[in-house]
Design a protein around this ligand. Structure first.
Ligand code: AMP
Length: 278
């Protein structure tokens, strides 16, 4: 695996070694786990050159404290990437991607950003779109792989690519979970064993909603889930059923449309998100 810490060297390398090759790209913030690796594996299956980026993007964090406590395990990440046949790692410093004082660009993702994460983390998607826009322009991949664990983010990236006429195809892949159902997340490294046990109730409640979705009212399902989660020391930002394509919050079901249940919640101060397609 070749490691680049600046975009000019990476671009030069790709100009020479990327010609006529299918390029797959997996952008991450590091502290890699099986969720990230599932994206790398899919890329290596489909593409001749797989590039992973590790960059903790400051413009998508709401608070300095959250940014500072984000886990960093670069040595371990490099070993994992090598073991899984990643060809290139791009892990730059902030100055390689942002000019001094540069802020997130403002995008208009309409209904996709006016709910859920868009409300609870007001500038988050502008930050995500800013960095993904920059990275896609550097790497110019044929395919870029994103996790459906961050469903709203993946929808936003698909919209970004459409708006900016970026040629990369965005592929969303299923959520990888711990044995107890907890969605794998870099933030899980901040949870104790007991916290993880509590956090497993998030997926349990999503499954209960999925099982009872057609028979019960949405209000009753959400009320029941909220009670169970609160009883397990989980603080909820939101738990909502949305129409997958538009991300509009739904209270009534139209059998022709696809829905998802989305949640953001805190376990011992660590913010976790999850969702299930219903
Ligand atoms: P992050 O490092 O958290 O920015 O995530 C990088 C990519 O990995 C994003 O596209 C995430 O959606 C994806 N990802 C994170 N966790 C998982 C998971 N448990 N299963 C599948 N993909 C994931």
């Amino acid at each position: 695996m070749i490691i680049f810490d600046n975009q000019n060297d990476l671009k030069l390398h790709l100009e020479i070694n990327g010609v006529n090759k299918k390029i797959g790209f997996v952008p991450t913030m590091g502290a890699l786990h099986e969720g990230h690796i599932s994206l790398i594996i899919e890329s290596t299956k489909k593409c001749e050159l797989t590039i992973c980026s590790i960059f903790i993007n400051p413009t998508q964090f709401d608070s300095k404290e959250d940014l500072e406590k984000y886990p960093k395990t670069i040595e371990q990440d490099i070993l994992l990437l090598k073991k899984n046949n990643c060809d290139i790692l791009y892990s730059p410093n902030k100055s390689d991607l942002y000019k001094s004082g540069e802020k997130a660009k403002k995008y208009n993702f309409k209904s996709l950003e006016s709910v859920l994460e868009g409300i609870y983390r007001p500038n988050h998607f502008n930050g995500v779109a800013t960095i993904v826009d920059k990275l896609l322009n550097i790497v110019k991949a044929d395919y870029a792989y994103f996790g459906l664990k961050d469903l709203q983010q993946t929808m936003i990236i698909k919209e970004l690519v459409k708006l900016n006429k970026i040629k990369t195809r965005i592929i969303g892949l299923p959520t990888i979970r711990e044995i107890n159902g907890l969605a794998k997340s870099s933030r899980n490294k901040l949870l104790s064993v007991e916290n993880k046990e509590n956090a497993s109730h998030i997926y349990k409640q999503l499954l209960i909603i999925k099982e009872n979705f057609k028979q019960n009212s949405i209000d009753a399902l959400l009320k029941n889930a909220k009670e169970k989660l609160i009883n397990n020391n989980i603080t909820i930002d939101y738990i909502e059923i949305i129409e997958t394509n538009t991300f509009k919050i739904s209270r009534n079901i139209n059998s022709k449309k696809e829905y998802a249940i989305c949640i953001a919640a805190y376990v011992n101060g660590v913010r976790l998100i999850d969702n299930l397609i219903l």
